[in-house]
Design a protein around this ligand. Structure first.
Ligand SMILES: O=C(O)CCC(=O)C(=O)O
Ligand SMILES: [Fe+2]
Length: 278
């Protein structure tokens, strides 16, 4: 068995893993080691992984069942692989802090993102640790937040104005809307494995804190969004082609910087289903 080297990128979040090809099935030892590293660092990077869509799907599947995104396009023969192919004609829309797919009752456990084509410069991605951000709050605010729930809505990040233009787009959007009515998640979630607590509201999908008047909800959400994004809790990744990122989506948020237009940037994502937040 090859030796894995795991090099942290910051105290709060992120590590680089070397000594492993993701293209072949993992040994039990390597799968366990990656799982442990993911729980510890919340975000893992791998260099020089020229994965086919099938290999990326099969890698991700070793950690759980995969989600098929209702709106984003996918690789037709491998629908579990979502394609983010952006340029001046298809503008990026992930330049906001978000946790993926919190508009379903069981948001993803994690995601595996591969860089396929990159702009000459720009197009970095940032991640933030919701546990580090939670830990840094005062006990008083932690206690206040712990009893609260928030509404999340798919349409906040996938508005009809962008996704319901063509007839086919409108039909898909309407069906997705009907299947995914706004729902509630706890504002603070407990990681099901580590037991650590994390801020679990995000600018991408969260509409409001249910138990508070709108003005208080707005002020508190704005504070939490700014707090999670403090540099102390984040890491910024400068991609190379064939880099792969694997993040724990239960306790992190991310932001894809949209500074590279009109150049093109192509990413492939596999999304691993999770369980109901508590
Ligand atoms: O393109 C990126 O770097 C990340 C996009 C994103 O938000 C995602 O893949 O979930
Ligand atoms: Fe995302």
């Amino acid at each position: 068995m090859s030796e894995l080297a795991i090099t942290p990128l910051s105290p709060a979040i992120g590590a680089i893993v070397s000594g492993l090809s993701l293209a072949a099935p993992l040994s039990d030892e390597h799968r366990t080691a990656l799982n442990d590293a993911l729980l510890r660092h919340q975000l893992l990077f791998f260099r020089d992984q020229a994965l086919t869509p099938e290999q990326q799907r099969d890698f991700a599947r070793q950690f759980g069942d995969l989600h098929i995104h209702p709106i984003y396009p996918n690789v037709p023969e491998t629908p579990q692989i979502l394609v983010l192919d952006t340029d001046a004609n298809n503008l990026p829309d992930n330049d906001n802090w978000h946790t993926d797919v919190t508009f379903i009752p069981t948001p993803p456990l994690g995601a595996v993102l591969a860089a396929k084509q990159l702009p000459p410069t720009g197009g970095d991605t940032l991640w933030a640790s919701g546990t580090a951000a939670y830990d840094a709050l005062s006990p008083q605010l932690q206690a206040l937040l712990s009893g609260l729930t928030a509404t999340h809505d798919f349409a906040k990040s996938f508005p009809a104005s962008r996704h319901a233009i063509s007839a086919a787009g409108r039909a898909r959007w309407e069906a997705t809307r009907a299947k995914n009515p706004p729902l509630s998640h706890p504002v603070i979630r407990t990681h099901p494995v580590t037991g650590r607590r994390a801020i679990f509201v995000n600018e991408g999908f969260t509409l409001r804190i249910n138990e508070l008047p709108e003005r208080e909800s707005r002020a508190l959400l704005d504070f939490l969004y700014a707090h999670v994004a403090r540099p102390e809790f984040t890491v910024r990744w400068r991609w190379q082609v064939n880099d792969v990122a694997f993040w724990d989506n239960r306790v992190t948020q991310h932001y894809a910087i949209a500074d590279y237009l009109p150049a093109r940037r192509v990413m492939h994502r596999a999304t691993i289903l999770g369980d109901a937040p508590f």
